[in-house]
Ligand binder design. Structure first.
Ligand SMILES: [Fe+2]
Length: 314
């Protein structure tokens, strides 16, 4: 790099970038791959929004990885149940057989939990408000109203969440819990997003895992994107088999198609591996940077999903 280039970059403010991840479920190599990707994307800050532990076991390892890499933490139902010394997962599935499978996974995770872990997890808050250059963003696990609420794309209510965001005067929220990523524009310049989960694929027939990046450009333009990340799922699946993890929890890592939690899914989500979802949205906010060029409030751009044309979520 030349001195001129160096000066050029040093004088240019970097965009504000936050990586948001959830649902690691003890999948150490997948979480490490997402952390590496976020660093490569130049994310200054990383937030983990709950359900660190789960069906893969490796609880101590995954919590150490989170402790080393994430400065913002939000408790999921798993963290809350562990902190309260419960033996049930608290996922809140509608169908009992789905909840039973989730509790089976949770009990695998409990094996590696110490009292020190419980004390630490007890300190994780139920939600966090992050100040961004484009306004306040809420980080939560299930929804802004309930830790174990499943917010599915097909059931998303723009009216409900526009009222909630306006009432709290926040630009948007990011959740995880359901494990299926989506992004919606809410009203003119607010958003809602599910970052997906880093611990298992999103039931679309691909083995990638997902997280979200929030970027605010130097012009105040907020971009929310879902990252798809690859890791060596074959090697990890072999290790989990040797460790005795039941196949219902390993198979989705290898096929990208879920084996549990399906009965509680809305039909369109159950068949999600046949369709596509949007994976990026840009919102030009009115909160800051009033002199920004092109700062109109009705301008929303989005890229195509890697597997085809993005449907319009607005
Ligand atoms: Fe959860």
């Amino acid at each position: 790099m030349t001195a001129q280039d160096n000066g050029h970059f040093l004088n240019r403010p970097r965009p504000w970038k936050l990586a948001v991840m959830g649902g690691a479920y003890g999948n150490v190599p997948a979480l490490q791959a997402c952390i590496d990707d976020a660093r490569h994307q130049d994310c200054q800050t990383m937030a983990f929004i709950g359900d660190a532990i789960g069906c893969c076991g490796h609880s101590a390892e995954i919590l150490a990885l989170i402790n080393r890499n994430f400065s913002l933490l939000v408790a999921g139902n798993h963290e809350k149940q562990v902190a309260l010394n419960q033996s049930t997962c608290g996922c809140g599935y509608e169908v009992p057989e789905d909840e039973q499978a989730a509790c089976q996974a949770f009990n695998i995770a409990l094996c590696g939990i110490s009292d020190d872990h419980r004390h630490w997890l007890l300190s994780w808050p139920s939600e966090l408000l992050v100040e961004s250059p484009a306004g306040r963003v809420l980080l939560c696990h299930g929804s802004p109203e309930r830790t174990n609420e499943f917010l599915y794309s097909s059931q998303f209510s723009k009216a409900r969440w526009r009222r909630a965001l306006e009432k709290r005067q926040i630009t948007g929220f990011v959740c995880t819990h359901s494990g299926l990523p989506w992004i919606y524009r809410v009203g003119v310049d607010r958003f809602a997003a599910n970052c997906g989960v880093v611990g298992k694929p999103d039931h679309d027939g691909h083995t990638d895992v997902h997280y979200a990046i929030l970027t605010v450009s130097r012009y105040g333009e907020l971009n929310v994107s879902i990252r798809s990340v690859r890791y060596d799922e074959i090697l990890w699946a072999e290790q989990l088999r040797r460790e005795g993890v039941p196949d219902i929890f390993i198979s989705p890592l290898e096929t990208g198609v879920w084996t549990t939690g399906l009965s509680s899914l809305p039909e369109s989500e159950r068949l999600v591996h046949l369709g596509q979802r949007p994976n990026e949205m840009t919102i030009r906010t009115r909160h800051t940077f009033q002199s920004a060029p092109h700062a109109t409030h009705d301008d929303c751009g989005r890229s195509q999903h890697p597997h085809g044309e993005s449907p319009d979520p607005s």
